[in-house]
Design a binder for this molecule. Structure first.
Ligand code: BEZ
Ligand code: FE
Length: 298
């Protein structure tokens, strides 16, 4: 097209694509161009603002390393990561929530009832529940990956003072679909705010805090893999998570207990637990695999 205008530039973009372009790619790019072009027309974006945006992206590239992906963090704080999660989350299962950058492969295989507290400081929590189908049937042998921060708000791969796989585990549910472990209460923490994402947060009066949470990946043959997090109901940042990860169904009461009576017998440290401690009861519901499932760990 030799007479490109504000009005026809979006359809010119579509016309430029070859006939053999993959249909889905064509659709996504056409919609992206449509919304981006509308955004520029609607805001009357100035050269200076456009340059500032590109500078933020350039700086995101500069600060990114294999350990720190500032582009994912932009996606997180803009609500994009969570929106992709929600759009792809089936209605009849446990909602998914952000994976975050601190998951690592190779967490030790542990039995149901394991103690993860070891030498960690902090309030003891007993976490347990079942992995179920939407009909409420237990899923035996489902795999759970568990990871969380220590009491100082740092994951083991951020803190050289912690053992390599501290507060990380890989567990399989028992014949009743049960999982169970004792741990310490995770702490709220900030997402990295010393780069361009921090610049955006500060410029818009936002803080970088996430409410404390336990991360889980739950997988079983024939079911969709679930990446999610569980949050305590009394966390001060529950209503202002910097990455929009909180859903009602993922908020759990940390029930304070003073007595070990009633705790399952296969809890490794049942007889050594010092009161008061907390109990978290949370069931995961996995939905049937519709064919698009990707196994997230080996
Ligand atoms: C996390 O929960 O580990 C996380 C998620 C998004 C950004 C940073 C951290
Ligand atoms: Fe996290």
């Amino acid at each position: 097209m030799r007479n490109v205008s504000k009005e026809n530039i979006t359809s010119a973009f579509l016309d430029y694509m070859g006939d053999d372009t993959d249909d889905r790619l064509k659709f996504i790019l056409e919609r992206l161009a449509h919304h981006l072009h509308d955004f520029v027309r609607e805001t009357g974006l100035t050269h200076e603002e456009w340059r500032k945006g590109l500078e933020l992206l350039y700086n995101a590239g500069e600060i990114s390393t294999p350990q720190r992906n500032e582009f994912i963090l932009f996606s997180d704080v803009l609500g994009l990561s969570s929106l992709v999660d929600m759009v792809n989350s089936p209605d009849n299962g446990t909602p998914s929530s952000v994976l975050g950058p601190f998951h690592i492969l190779g967490a030790p295989d542990v039995p149901v009832g394991v103690d993860l507290i070891g030498n960690n400081e902090g309030q003891a929590v007993v976490v347990g529940g079942r992995v179920l189908t939407p009909q409420g049937d237990p899923i035996k042998g489902a795999e759970l990956e568990i990871w969380q921060t220590a009491d100082n708000g740092l994951y083991s791969n951020q803190d050289t003072a912690q053992p390599e796989y501290n507060l990380r585990a890989h567990m399989r549910t028992d014949a009743d679909g049960r999982y169970l472990f004792s741990t310490v209460r995770p702490a709220p923490y900030t997402v990295p705010d010393d780069g361009p994402v921090g610049e955006l947060l500060h410029a818009t009066g936002r803080h970088p805090w996430r409410p404390s949470h336990l991360h889980f990946i739950v997988q079983a043959d024939g079911y969709r893999s679930l990446v999610t997090e569980v949050f305590p109901s009394d966390d001060p940042y529950l209503d202002e998570d910097a990455v929009f990860g909180v859903r009602n169904q993922l908020v759990m009461e940390y029930q304070e207990r003073t007595d070990v009576n009633g705790l399952p017998d296969d809890l490794e440290i049942k007889d050594k637990l010092k009161a008061p401690f907390y109990v978290v009861d949370f069931d995961f519901v996995l939905t049937k695999d519709t064919g698009s499932n990707q196994r997230l760990t080996s």
